[in-house]
Design a protein around this ligand. Structure first.
Ligand SMILES: [Mn+2]
Length: 357
């Protein structure tokens, strides 16, 4: 198991590589080149600039999160073939730089979303929260207005403005796309890239829908065990894997996360794990919590034990943390709570390993 942290290059992060290096047991970072528009090739120059910076801090750059999938590929448009060629070229350039794992998602239109980015907790910290009843009341018009006047009624974090502008059209497009048709588009993409993933030695981990509830009648992708089985069976390559995000899947109380960890890691199909805890507060309602089992609804010991017993040897990172000790920054991606999370996960891993040796 390798413990890493997510880090945003090119001045996009309040946390420094030097700080990350000082967290015990952290060997590297997962990076993304967010300044390159989705669909364009990541050049060796751009990749190596970031890699040099990461390596200079004594850290590895073996994981990329994410190389986003262009909406034309998701929609199965004729332009997808050229975009897939670009994607394959990016894979080659990343492999040449020593990248071994790519996390991505195939969610249509929306990436992850929350109804509150700064929910205050009784201890004075704040965290991200979600309420599905509230989310269902959102319309594109409401969202555009809030986006324009900056009101914080809801949040779509990490969105580039040009992507947001195209959203209404994309949502409209999917109103006539069935779940089966959407999975055909996923299969087309996977069948095109998997031979290269094998040749370049890159493991792919699809990130689950976050949260696991559909919005705007968009197709669902990876939100429960059955959907994961279907996704993995679209292409049988071992490189077609899952990023097991415990907070995304665990937001639905019907999802048994330790059993998913056991099933999919045993198949050798989990190259990457996002570990975080969530507290269920009602039907379709949760907030993110500190990593400890006692702070949320997930049993982190059981998840780690299941991964260990399944012979998991991929990458783990603490996922979103709360904002604590007065820290401000990118929601979910402060230093302090993620550092506590990394240390807690390392402790669980050491205990499970020694108990079972
Ligand atoms: Mn995640």
């Amino acid at each position: 198991m390798k413990m890493i942290l997510r880090w945003f290059p090119n001045g996009d992060d309040t946390v420094t590589l030097e700080q990350i290096k000082q967290i015990p047991g952290v060997s590297g970072v997962a990076v993304m080149l967010s300044h390159i528009p989705c669909g364009e090739v990541w050049s060796p120059e751009e990749i190596n600039k970031v890699k040099a910076e990461v390596n200079a801090a004594g850290l590895e750059m073996e994981v990329v999160e994410s190389v986003n999938i262009h909406e034309d590929i998701k929609q199965g448009l004729p332009s997808r073939d050229a975009l897939i060629q670009n994607y394959i070229e990016t894979m080659k350039n990343l492999a040449d730089a020593g990248v071994k794992c790519i996390c991505y998602n195939f969610m249509p239109v929306l990436d992850w979303y929350r109804s509150d980015l700064y929910m205050p907790l009784p201890d004075g910290s704040n965290c991200m929260a979600y309420n599905h009843d509230f989310a269902k009341t959102l319309t594109y018009e409401k969202m555009t207005k809030a986006m324009m006047d900056g009101s914080n009624d809801f949040s779509l974090p990490g969105w580039e403005p040009e992507r947001f502008g195209k959203m209404a059209k994309d949502i409209e497009f999917y109103q006539n796309v069935t779940q089966d048709e959407y999975f055909e588009n996923i299969k087309y993409f996977l069948d095109a890239i998997m031979p290269y993933a094998e040749e370049y030695g890159i493991d792919f981990g699809v990130h689950p829908d976050d949260p696991p509830y559909p919005m705007f009648n968009l197709p669902k992708v990876v939100n429960n065990a059955e959907a994961i089985r279907r996704y993995l069976s679209l292409n049988p390559s071992k490189h077609n894997g899952l990023t097991l995000c415990t907070g995304s899947l665990g937001a639905n109380p019907n999802n048994d996360v330790p059993s998913m960890a056991k099933e999919f890691a045993s198949m050798g199909r989990v190259p990457f794990v996002h570990l975080r805890n969530v507290l269920h507060t009602g039907e379709g309602e949760f907030h993110e919590s500190a990593h400890l089992s006692s702070c949320g609804s997930l049993d982190m010991f059981k998840i780690i034990e299941a991964l260990h017993d399944a012979g998991f040897d991929g990458y783990i990172r603490p996922d979103h943390g709360r904002m604590i000790w007065g820290e401000t920054g990118r929601p979910g991606y402060g230093l302090y709570d993620r550092a506590l999370g990394a240390t807690y996960i390392n402790g669980l891993w050491e205990a499970v390993t020694k108990l079972k040796s």
